[in-house]
Design a protein around this ligand. Structure first.
Ligand code: 5AD
Ligand code: SF4
Length: 465
């Protein structure tokens, strides 16, 4: 599918369907609801780009929409339940508003069990597609408008066609860029390898061209996306690592900040660690999911590192770049987790001192190895979750308070959520900061003096230049 001519042919085909809808359908108000990770957010940007080409405008309420697309996530049970709840509401809505079209896409649709469940329980769904064939949306919509009861298409493997689509980016100054797809790690709790398939990396030149184009149209910050970015390039014949890729991006004019998500601790190389010192545009921020602090649990999770391995890597990173802010994913209540194992997690958290964290209660995912292991009672899981937060938040507060009095560079992203005389943005360390500002500040990198802080964000004052 690397073949340029083939992609051109397919793009011509897509354009045919786009034109068909643009010219023949006149009820075109759409709402795209996105669940899950940045990958999904970026996929939704591609979906809205296609919709806009077809002439759709966007609304905020399902009641106002002619087309609702649910971009789903399977990583935890609660994410799936939310989608089923929304589909139930849409079923009711459709009984009153017959013409409304409902489409479901994303990770849940890559999984046969969830797909079958949706088809069986929600006959109101008109269109189903997956994570590897967003480009099919105009064709599936055309079929649906043509009277087809259910237009469905699923592609098991990532193709290069979705990359040839544009993306309706929420902000033009910061952009997500996919660098690889899939995951080969098979952590025993995780469904992603079954939904997103095997690891494949996009060619460096293709990624660099995309970022050069983005820089020309105003992008200052790129976030490189992949389930496991440290394995970037493993499917290439010649050796071209993730660190090599960042080095190339570091040279692109106009790009001022580089971030990435997500890296696996077992694969983080010294080469990448030294990039945090040597590459001026690589931000002082690393998200390195630990999942658990007990080596015994990590083994059962199939994570392929011990508590000590992880702590050694963190020490190395802190030595190379003492300013780095650290973030993680942590799970409590993995099957078989004892009180002693949990205390190991608390111990690790205290040693690392994370700046920010994403915390989860283990959720059974059907047909993963952990689903068959002995489960921890719900009450114990919830109690451990609360105890974990009680340790994490004061550390985060201490780390944020250490910023008070410092001058930081902030990429201003939007008006503040609570008060529109304030704007909010991110420091190099990915810390959220609010300060008095206006529309003209949005999209700029400004110097801000930090005045206050709590566990989750900073408050600052713009430094007049
Ligand atoms: N239950 C709870 N959390 C999970 N994650 C992945 N699978 C599960 C699960 N079954 C969490 C991990 C991962 C993050 C994206 O979601 O911490 O890093
Ligand atoms: Fe899931 Fe593990 Fe792959 Fe992350 S590395 S996507 S947790 S299997």
């Amino acid at each position: 599918m690397e073949n340029k001519e083939l992609i051109n042919d397919i793009n011509n085909n897509i354009n045919e369907y786009i034109r068909n809808i643009k010219e023949n359908i006149d009820t075109k108000k759409a709402l795209v609801i996105t669940h899950g990770c940045q990958m999904n957010e970026h996929d939704s940007e591609k979906i809205t780009w296609l919709l806009e080409k077809m002439g759709y405008i966007f609304v905020n309420e399902v009641e106002d929409a002619d087309l609702v697309i649910l971009n789903t996530c399977s990583v935890r049970h609660s994410a799936e339940d939310k989608v089923y709840g929304q589909l139930g509401n849409l079923k009711n809505l459709k009984s009153k508003k017959k013409d409304i079209k409902v489409a479901v896409c994303g990770c849940m649709m890559q999984r046969e069990e969830s797909r079958n469940y949706v088809m069986e329980k929600f006959p109101n769904v008109d269109i189903i597609f997956g994570t590897n064939n967003i480009w099919k949306l105009p064709e599936l919509l055309s079929l649906s408008y043509g009277g087809k009861k259910l237009s469905i298409d699923i592609e098991e493997n990532p193709l290069n066609i979705d990359n040839s689509l544009g993306a309706n980016r929420l902000y033009n100054f910061k952009s997500y860029v996919n660098i690889m797809y899939g995951c080969n790690n098979f952590c025993s709790y995780c469904i992603v390898p079954y939904t997103r398939g095997r690891e494949t990396s996009r060619k460096p030149l293709e990624i660099i061209r995309e970022i050069e184009e983005l820089a020309k149209s105003g992008t200052k910050e790129v976030t490189l996306l992949g389930q496991n970015v440290n394995s970037y390039g493993k499917n290439f014949d010649d050796r071209f690592s993730f660190a090599n890729l960042i080095e190339e991006i570091n040279d692109i004019k106009g790009i001022e900040r580089i971030r990435f998500m997500t890296s696996h601790p077992k694969d983080i190389s010294d080469e990448l660690i030294y990039s945090f010192k040597n590459l001026n545009k690589l931000c002082n921020f690393l998200h390195l999911p630990v999942q658990a602090g007990s080596s015994r649990v990590l083994k059962m999770m199939n994570r392929k590192y011990t508590k000590e391995d992880y702590l050694r890597k963190i020490d190395k990173i802190k030595n190379v770049n003492p300013n780095i802010a650290l973030s993680t994913d942590i799970m409590v209540g993995f099957p078989g987790e004892s009180e002693e194992d949990f205390l190991d997690t608390l111990d690790l958290v205290k040693k690392v001192e994370y700046d920010t964290s994403f915390t989860f209660i283990y959720s059974i995912r059907e047909n993963t190895p952990a689903a068959k292991m002995e489960q921890v009672p719900d009450k114990v899981k919830h109690e451990r979750f609360e105890r974990l937060l009680e340790v994490l938040y004061p550390i985060q507060e201490k780390k944020n308070k250490a910023f008070i009095g410092r001058d930081v560079d902030v990429l201003v992203e939007d008006f503040s959520k609570k008060d529109d005389t304030y704007v909010s943005g991110r420091t190099d360390e990915f810390k959220l900061i609010n300060f008095k500002g206006n529309k003209e500040d949005i999209g700029k990198i400004l110097k801000v003096r930090v005045k206050d802080a709590n566990s989750f964000s900073l408050v600052g004052e713009k430094i007049e230049s």
